[in-house]
Design a protein around this ligand. Structure first.
Ligand SMILES: *Cc1c(COP(=O)(O)O)cnc(C)c1O
Length: 415
């Protein structure tokens, strides 16, 4: 960063330090990834200087001839990759994308349903402290206490009882596949809009490593920076089933994003999303997505050998939630300890967490970022060993951090 390091040494130095931290430690926060330098170049381009309120061909400002082409390419790539009818690529991130879905489909006070936050759901799916819970009558469903899976029979009964206008399915900490077909039938039983929030699993869906919700839901929302490996951003898609239910849905969603909730789109981010979608359409991305899951499965099995207890007993996707109660350590303590050993992870609630949401009993681990570095099953076994070692013997943290650093050197970040 030749310009920045001259002009603002304070910020340049901090960016360098963060780059070093990412380079020399394992990023195992399940929602994180390392995007390509090509994505970052588009993100850091002059497109950040341009106002483009509106949509391609219908802007409120002049000078958008190239911007229109960029946004159209982005939309076309997303439509093709996910097999959907309509895409809005303007949401600034995942939460604003979800906000737009509420605005497009519901009136304030109407009933919506979502998976509860402490059960692995997302804030925006109806938590009291978030807009979904504040402005709508949000009914929250749970996972089964024993299996930790969504109990579709219970959900079907709740849906019949509450007759929601909108049902959210998607999660930040749910290690299993969703049964999209069943969910589609449940939503149809009361004529509800069904929105799949695939923020975490978008890259797995794009790469064929997770069943796609597209045939069974009306709306799909996603972030672009998690398994999809793009810049921070969001998208809203309308499926063929969504169009059939409501031909006006694309228009309602576009209006909800702009002028409903946002002003000018971040066209630099949209260009970077287009680049990421091109990458995600290449054959190598399928290999990447499958390897994420192979790595997660290997890590989960290895951790079980060391006596770790996993939510639902394992994983189908890129993440796992570990119940640490038998290890006599809280989620927060484990997070700090792992950090000091060069493994970045986050504390997380486990289903029916007796310790409450502020001092959760678990941690969440994900493999998207370390798979981007090229790590495979062999490295997962090493990492599981280190996790066990440091949790059973905290004094080993420094030694493990050195070993992590050595491993990271062998698996450099994308160049
Ligand atoms: C990450 C996430 C979001 C929100 O994304 P932000 O970009 O952080 O606003 C929404 N839904 C789910 C399921 C997520 O995992």
């Amino acid at each position: 960063m030749p310009k920045l390091s001259k002009q603002d040494t304070q910020i340049a130095k901090l960016i360098d330090l963060e780059a070093k931290r990412q380079k020399e430690s394992l990023q195992m926060i399940a929602s994180e990834n390392h995007c390509s330098p090509a994505v970052r170049e588009a993100l850091g381009s002059v497109l950040t200087d341009k106002y483009a309120e509106g949509y391609p061909g219908k802007r409120y400002y002049g000078g958008n001839q190239y911007i229109d082409m960029v946004e159209n390419i982005c939309i076309d790539r997303a439509k093709k990759l996910f097999g959907v009818e309509h895409v809005n690529v303007q949401p600034h991130s995942g939460s604003p994308a979800n906000a737009a879905v509420y605005v497009a489909t519901c009136l304030p006070g109407e009933t919506i349903m979502g998976l509860a936050l402490p059960m692995g759901g997302h804030l925006t799916h109806g938590t009291k402290i978030s807009f979904g819970g504040k402005f709508f009558n949000a009914v929250q469903y749970a996972v089964d206490e024993k299996t930790h899976l969504i109990n579709y029979d219970t959900l079907a009964k709740m849906v019949l009882e509450h007759k929601p206008k909108l049902i959210w399915v998607g999660a930040t900490a749910y290690p299993r596949f969703f049964d999209w077909k069943k969910l589609g039938e449940i939503a149809d039983s009361v004529g509800a809009y069904l929105a799949a929030d695939i923020a975490h699993i978008a890259g797995l869906v794009a790469g064929g490593a997770h069943p796609s919700p597209v045939p069974y839901v009306h709306i799909v929302t996603t972030t672009t920076h998690k398994t999809l490996r793009g810049p921070r951003g969001g998208m809203i898609m309308v499926t063929a089933k969504g169009l059939k239910k409501d031909a006006e849905l694309p228009k309602k969603i576009d209006k909800a994003v702009f002028p409903g909730l946002q002003g000018g789109p971040h066209e630099n981010a949209i260009a970077a999303i287009a680049v990421c979608l091109k990458e995600a359409s290449a054959p190598a991305f399928k290999t990447y997505a499958k390897q994420i899951v192979k790595n997660a499965k290997t890590l989960a099995e290895e951790l079980k050998k060391y006596g770790f207890i996993l939510m639902s007993g394992g994983t189908d996707n890129h993440l796992m939630v570990i119940d640490l109660r038998n290890k006599n350590i809280t989620g927060a303590e484990a997070q700090d300890l792992l950090e000091s050993a060069g493994i970045s992870a986050n504390r997380n609630s486990i289903p029916y967490d007796p310790a409450g949401p502020f001092k959760p009993s678990g941690i969440r681990l994900g493999t998207p970022a370390i798979t981007t570095r090229g790590m495979k099953e062999k490295e997962m076994k090493l990492i599981a060993g280190w996790i066990d070692e440091v949790i059973s013997n905290p004094s080993k943290a420094k030694k493990i951090a050195q070993e992590v650093k050595k491993l990271c050197k062998k698996f450099p970040l994308p160049k």
